[in-house]
Design a protein around this ligand. Structure first.
Ligand SMILES: Cc1cc2nc3c(=O)[nH]c(=O)nc-3n(C[C@H](O)[C@H](O)[C@H](O)COP(=O)(O)OP(=O)(O)OC[C@H]3O[C@@H](n4cnc5c(N)ncnc54)[C@H](O)[C@@H]3O)c2cc1C
Length: 441
């Protein structure tokens, strides 16, 4: 039986960007439906359980907004289920480490509290267009087809299927089809931190070199990124990267996930056998699928360029601050980099117009499908920034719907002002440094 429902705002994808978008739009009074293909809110965050939220504290100050609300909620629980700490990686500032299940629960709860209608296990298949507007999105869940008729659509799917099918031009990866490596993560429980982290090399290069030389580790494991998890004596392993996988191709994702499992099991055994402190540890929280960093980047009114970020540009339509390094991971045959993009002590903002398509009048997008050149993308893609991009898109969609405006006709200054009212910091000419350091909370 064909089902049809209508909504003010349809958010496609319930990752960190979709969470921010749905929360913001619903808390501004819009009727919001969020469609998520899997069984969990979080996206990459749910596929890589325990991955820290990095980039939320440019020059040591919180970006504010929905990221702050969520972080504060977890940090002030009794007992606290998140904490803010310095990253062990070069050129990254502070990050939030959290109890994964508590964070996913809190995000769902926040969405429920503002009245978002959440459809898990529901896949958005294709848009129905009338001129330059999306008048329906054909979805599918276990009971069959479901058409959602939205006034506004926010594509937060990471891969941009709906936008691409609606005719929004895009670049795959770096424009030549080279996408960053994908990763399968896991944790080790019962690892003795004092021993594991006795040396200050965050990449365990000595041990990795030995493992590769002995044929026990894949050659792409020359740097093992192992970090303290939220709970004592847990270690989060964000190390197994697989090159050349197109995250929009389900078969490639399937194969890469099994290959990732093989390499993760190999690595866990190596840690137990060869790295002091892991003798009594065991593997846990192996990701249900690979985490995909990069696929389609949609074409927008404004393309974010690395040279503008390097100049610490604060765009007039900037919607969130950022000082993340160029976090590039194994595109084609390249290595991993964490080079700073902006001078230490400075930051840039991400412009709203990088989430606005040129033609479709009721579509916005947010998160890792933002319009950016490859180096800029490698900097802007952190989860706090994805939440904030979503928040800005949610506000903008609500304004467009209330006033019957096209997204191209929106006044960015109004969106920036609304974000500032919601506690997003450092926008509209105000320096981020005017605010109290986040680490003193
Ligand atoms: C391995 C890895 C490590 C990373 N490390 C860090 C880190 O340490 N710190 C940090 O801050 N950032 C990190 N990042 C970057 C960050 O996680 C991502 O950029 C961010 O999570 C992207 O969020 P998103 O919401 O845009 O997309 P996603 O998280 O990809 O979410 C998209 C969601 O949309 C759903 N979806 C897709 N298509 C459809 C459809 N057609 N219908 C319905 N649902 C759909 C998906 O199931 C998914 O839940 C990492 C990324 C990866 C992959």
């Amino acid at each position: 039986m064909q089902r049809t429902i209508s909504t003010d705002v349809l958010v496609v994808g319930g990752g960190t960007a979709g969470f921010g978008a749905a929360y913001a739009a619903a808390s501004q009074g819009a009727r919001v439906r969020l469609v998520e293909g899997t069984s969990k809110i979080g996206g990459v965050m749910a596929f890589c359980p325990g991955m820290p939220w990095g980039g939320g504290f440019p020059i040591g100050r919180s970006i504010g907004g929905v990221f702050d609300t969520l972080t504060s909620m977890l940090c002030t629980m009794q007992p606290p289920l998140a904490e803010i700490r310095p990253s062990t990686l070069e050129n990254f500032g502070a990050e939030v480490i959290y109890d994964h299940e508590a964070a996913v629960f809190a995000m769902f709860q926040m969405l429920e509290d503002v009245g978002v209608d959440i459809h898990l296990n529901t896949f958005a298949g294709s848009p129905l267009l009338l001129g330059h507007r999306i008048i329906g999105v054909d979805c599918y869940d276990r009971t069959g087809p479901l058409t959602i008729e939205p006034a506004m659509v926010i594509d937060c799917s990471g891969d941009g299927d709906i936008s691409a099918k609606a005719g929004v031009p895009f670049a795959l990866g770096d424009g030549r089809g080279n996408m960053m490596g994908v990763t399968l993560s896991f944790s080790m429980l019962g690892a003795r931190w004092e021993q594991v982290f006795a040396s200050d090399d965050p990449y365990f290069t000595k041990e990795a070199t030995r493992g590769i030389a002995e044929g026990r580790l894949h050659p792409d494991l020359a740097k093992l990124y192992l970090m303290r998890g939220f709970h004592r004596d847990t270690v989060f392993c964000n190390s197994v990267h697989i090159r050349g996988v197109d995250g929009t191709d389900p078969q490639q994702v399937t194969k890469a996930t099994q290959e990732g499992r093989r390499r993760c099991r190999q690595l866990a055994k190596f840690l137990i056998d060869c790295v002091p402190g892991f003798e009594q540890a065991r593997m846990s929280e192996l990701g249900p699928t690979i985490g995909v960093r990069e696929t389609r980047k949609l074409e927008a009114v404004h393309r974010i360029l690395a040279r503008d970020l390097a100049a610490a540009t604060k765009f007039a339509d900037g919607i969130v601050c950022c000082d993340n390094p160029i976090d590039d991971v194994m595109r084609s045959d390249a290595a991993m980099t964490h080079h700073a993009i902006v001078a230490q002590g400075n930051y840039y903002t991400i412009p709203f117009q990088a989430m606005v398509p040129r033609e479709i009048e009721n579509l916005l997008f947010a998160g890792r499908l933002v319009c950016a050149d490859p180096a800029a993308f490698a900097s802007v893609r952190g989860m706090p920034q994805c939440m904030a991009m979503g928040e800005a898109a949610g506000i903008a969609a609500t304004i467009a719907h209330d006033r019957r405006l096209t997204v191209q006709a929106l006044d960015p200054a109004e969106i920036v002002a609304a974000l500032s009212v919601r506690g997003v910091r450092g926008l509209g000419g105000e320096a981020l440094s005017d605010y109290a350091p986040a680490l003193e909370r």
